[in-house]
Design a protein around this ligand. Structure first.
Ligand SMILES: Cc1ncc(COP(=O)(O)O)c(C=O)c1O
Length: 332
């Protein structure tokens, strides 16, 4: 519990607040409950999976004392692992695309990680990491693992990713909301947050409907073809049709969100709710608004605020025009 004295920051991971977005939903019928996971020590929900993957690997001896840990990251999992490995005494190498914002690389380095930045494919714009860019990062991560005999945290496959949300995030949502959740929607990267929360929700109440959120033009999980691989919603939407952690039986549907919708809604969260979060949090809130405006009028939708807006200060999410004309980018 958060009112105890902790022996390390690892115990400060999770148990994040749940807040009703009354201002964002003003004039609408229904509620959105947002879990402020950007308040974790590394400013993202990925601290949860970093701790779970490392502790599960310690428990099953797949991670040896002092062994190097390597992971492909868009920055957040790497930050979580940098914190967890730093405290537990494992050297950590983060392998990241140059397309992700530079704040992340700086933060991981500050936390003691060795950061390896991988060039994007020719033609891929900075800030828009495609599935192809990610494939290059994957190749580099595999090379470093081989070279150093390292433990690969493997967030796309390791069950610790799923278990972090099954054992903690999902049950926290249910407890904090008093069980009153009708639907959950989540922008998928690895799909671990979606899968773990959805499994926890359905175990308690099979009537809770769970929707995967994808970028417009890269909705491959929904079975659509890719027309916009370089979308701007950082942290997910990699257009990978096969996400090993996703369980089809817990997916009730798919929601598409445009770059513009995600960005506009992230700015509205900051301006109207005092919630300074990133692109994917904007995508989740935009998807929840779509549900309230259509089939879920009068219902309660649960979403995650995945990471902090501070991680995107160098990006177009918070452009200079916002400083010059505060509020000019949001409705109302
Ligand atoms: C900012 C952000 N949003 C969303 C996601 C997607 O979460 P998940 O991998 O659990 O699907 C990630 C994953 O790295 C992320 O960093």
């Amino acid at each position: 519990m958060k009112d105890s004295l902790f022996s390390s920051v690892l115990e400060a991971i999770g148990e994040t607040p749940l807040v009703e977005l009354r201002r964002l939903t003003k004039g609408r019928n229904g509620r959105i409950l947002a879990k402020l996971d950007y308040l974790n020590p590394g400013f993202s929900k990925k601290d949860r999976i970093a701790r779970q993957i490392v502790e599960d690997a310690e428990a099953d001896s797949s991670l040896r004392p002092g062994q190097t840990v390597v992971e492909l990251t868009s920055g957040n999992t790497g930050t979580g692992l940098a914190i967890v490995c730093g405290i537990k005494g494992y050297p950590f190498v983060a392998v990241m695309s140059k397309g992700n914002s530079i704040e992340r690389a700086r933060m991981m380095s500050a936390l003691g990680a060795e950061v390896v930045l991988v060039d994007q494919l020719p033609g891929s714009p900075p800030g828009q990491v495609s599935g192809g860019d990610l494939e290059k990062v994957e190749q580099e991560a595999q090379r470093i693992v081989r070279e150093r005999g390292a433990f690969r945290a493997d967030q796309f496959r390791h069950r610790g990713n799923f278990r972090a949300h099954l054992l903690h995030t999902g049950p926290e949502f249910l407890r904090q909301a008093g069980g009153a959740i009708d639907a959950f929607c989540d922008f998928a990267g690895t799909g671990g947050s979606f899968a773990g929360c959805a499994a926890a929700f359905k175990a308690q109440n099979p009537a809770i409907r769970c929707f995967v959120v994808e970028p417009n033009g890269a909705a491959v999980l929904a079975g659509e073809s890719i027309t916009n691989p370089n979308h701007r919603i950082q942290g997910g939407g990699y257009a990978m049709a096969d996400l090993p952690l996703l369980e089809a039986r817990n997916i009730d549907g798919y929601i598409k969100v445009s770059d513009d919708e995600a960005i506009r809604t992230a700015r509205a969260l900051a301006r109207h709710e005092g919630i300074f979060a990133g692109f994917s949090s904007g995508a989740n809130a935009a998807a929840a608004l779509q549900l309230l405006d259509t089939t879920y009028q009068g219902k309660t939708i649960a979403i995650l605020m995945c990471d902090s807006g501070l991680k995107y200060l160098s990006t177009s999410l918070w452009p200079d025009e916002l400083v010059q004309r505060p509020g000019s980018f949001v409705r109302g």
